[in-house]
Design a protein around this ligand. Structure first.
Ligand SMILES: Nc1nc2c(c(=O)[nH]1)N[C@H]1C(S)=C(S)[C@@H](COP(=O)(O)O)O[C@H]1N2
Ligand SMILES: [Mo]
Length: 329
C-alpha cells in the first residue's frame, strides 16, 4: 500500500461557497478559533455565505490531534469536496442521545476513558483492547470517504483509523465464522435514547452486523479519528465502524464488543423495521426505501434550508463498486 503525506485540505475553506445563512443559528467565533489552533478559515468580511466558522462549544468537543498520520492515496479523492467539520460534527445520528440530529452536546455525557473493546466468538485469539490500544496497536491512516445515510443525506468525511481486516488478522477468525456482530456502548443512565412515542422498546444496545467477507473487504474501516483528531463523542468515540458502500446506519458508533458468529445476527434497525432497514443495506439508487426514493441525495452543508439542499444522483454502492461489486456478484 502506498501512502503519502498531504496537507489536510479539509481544513481549508470550502471553494464552492453557495448560499446564504447557516444551519444552526449559534454564537460563533473567529479569533478564539485561530487561538485554539483549529485550522478552519473564517468567513471573509462582507461575503458571509455558508458558515465557515465553528461554534465555540462545538469546537470544544473535538478530540486530540492525531499526529503523523498519512493519507492512503487510494482514498484521497472522494470525487466531492470534504464536508466542513462544523456541519459533519453537529449534524449526527446517535439515537442513544436523542432522536434529533442535534445531539452533539448531549453526547458529551458518553464516558470513553477507560474503554474496553472485547473481540470474541469464533476467533483463535480473543482479545480485549483498551483505549491506548485503539490508536497504537494498528497503523493509522487517513481515508476520505463518501458517507450516505439511508435518509438521503450525504457527506464526505476524512476519517482516521485502520482497516477492519487488520483487526481480523490479529484475532484470526476460524473457518466457522461467517458473520460479525458489533455492539455499541449502552448504559440506560447515560444513553437514555430518544424521548419519542415511537421509541419506547427500542432493542438496545445498538448493534450492527456484516458478513466476514464484507469485513475483510479493503474498504471496511474502524475510525478512531476524524478531521485530524480523535473522534468527538458525537461521531462515536473512541472507535466506530465506517462501511462506505452501505447506508450510514450500518456504521455502529462507540463499539464495545465484536463477536464472530456462524449465523446472521439480529441488528438494531433490522429488528425494529426489517422492511425498511435491511441487513445488507448497500447503497442502491434503484431500491427505494418504502417511504422515499433513494435515487437522489442531498449534501449536508451545501446549503442551509433542510429541504432545499441541492440534489445529487445517488451512485450504486455509493461510488465504491470497483471495490465491492464482487461481494454481491
Ligand atoms: N450506536 C449508534 N451508532 C450509529 C447510530 C446510532 O444511532 N447509534 N446512527 C447511525 C446512523 S443512522 C448514521 S447515518 C451514522 C451517523 O454518523 P455520524 O453522526 O458520525 O455522521 O451513525 C450510525 N451509527
Ligand atoms: Mo443514517
Amino acid at each position: 500500500m502506498v501512502f503519502f503525506k498531504a496537507p489536510p485540505d479539509w481544513q481549508r475553506p470550502h471553494p464552492r461557497v453557495t448560499s446564504e445563512g447557516v444551519f444552526w443559528r449559534r454564537r460563533r467565533f473567529m479569533t478564539s478559533l485561530i487561538g485554539a489552533g483549529v485550522g478552519l478559515a473564517a468567513a471573509s468580511a462582507g461575503g458571509c455565505q455558508r458558515s465557515t466558522t465553528m461554534d465555540a462549544d462545538l469546537a470544544r468537543t473535538l478530540g486530540e490531534p492525531l499526529l503523523g498520520v498519512s493519507r492512503n492515496r487510494a482514498f484521497a479523492d472522494a470525487g466531492r469536496e470534504p464536508t466542513l467539520q462544523q456541519y459533519a460534527s453537529s449534524y449526527n445520528n446517535f439515537y442513544e442521545f436523542g432522536g434529533s440530529k442535534n445531539i452533539w452536546a448531549s453526547a458529551q455525557a458518553l464516558p470513553v476513558d477507560p474503554w474496553r473493546l472485547e473481540v470474541t466468538g469464533l476467533v483463535k485469539n480473543p482479545t480485549t483492547y483498551d483505549l491506548d490500544d485503539l490508536t497504537r496497536r494498528f497503523d493509522l491512516e487517513e481515508r476520505i470517504y463518501r458517507f450516505r445515510c439511508v435518509e438521503a443525506w450525504a457527506m464526505v468525511v476524512p476519517w482516521i483509523g485502520f482497516p477492519m481486516r487488520a483487526l481480523m488478522a490479529a484475532v484470526e477468525p476460524t473457518a466457522a465464522a461467517k458473520y460479525v456482530r458489533f455492539t455499541s456502548f449502552y448504559d440506560s443512565a447515560v444513553t437514555p435514547g430518544p424521548n419519542l412515542g415511537f421509541a419506547r422498546n427500542l432493542p438496545w444496545p445498538y448493534t450492527e452486523g456484516l458478513t466476514v467477507d464484507e469485513m475483510a473487504n479493503e474498504l471496511a474501516f474502524f475510525a478512531v479519528g476524524v478531521y485530524g483528531r480523535t473522534l468527538p463523542k458525537q461521531h462515536g468515540a473512541p472507535i466506530r465502524m465506517v462501511v462506505p458502500w452501505k447506508y450510514g446506519f450500518k456504521g455502529a458508533k462507540s463499539i464495545v464488543k465484536i463477536e464472530f458468529v456462524a449465523e446472521q445476527p439480529a441488528t438494531f434497525w433490522n429488528t425494529l423495521t426489517p422492511n425498511e432497514y435491511k441487513f445488507e443495506a448497500n447503497v442502491e439508487p434503484d431500491v427505494p426505501h418504502p417511504r422515499w426514493s433513494q435515487k437522489k441525495e442531498r449534501l449536508v452543508g451545501e446549503s442551509t434550508a433542510l429541504f432545499s439542499w441541492e440534489e445529487q444522483p445517488t451512485v450504486i454502492y455509493n461510488g465504491y463498486g470497483e471495490w465491492v461489486a464482487g461481494l454481491y456478484g
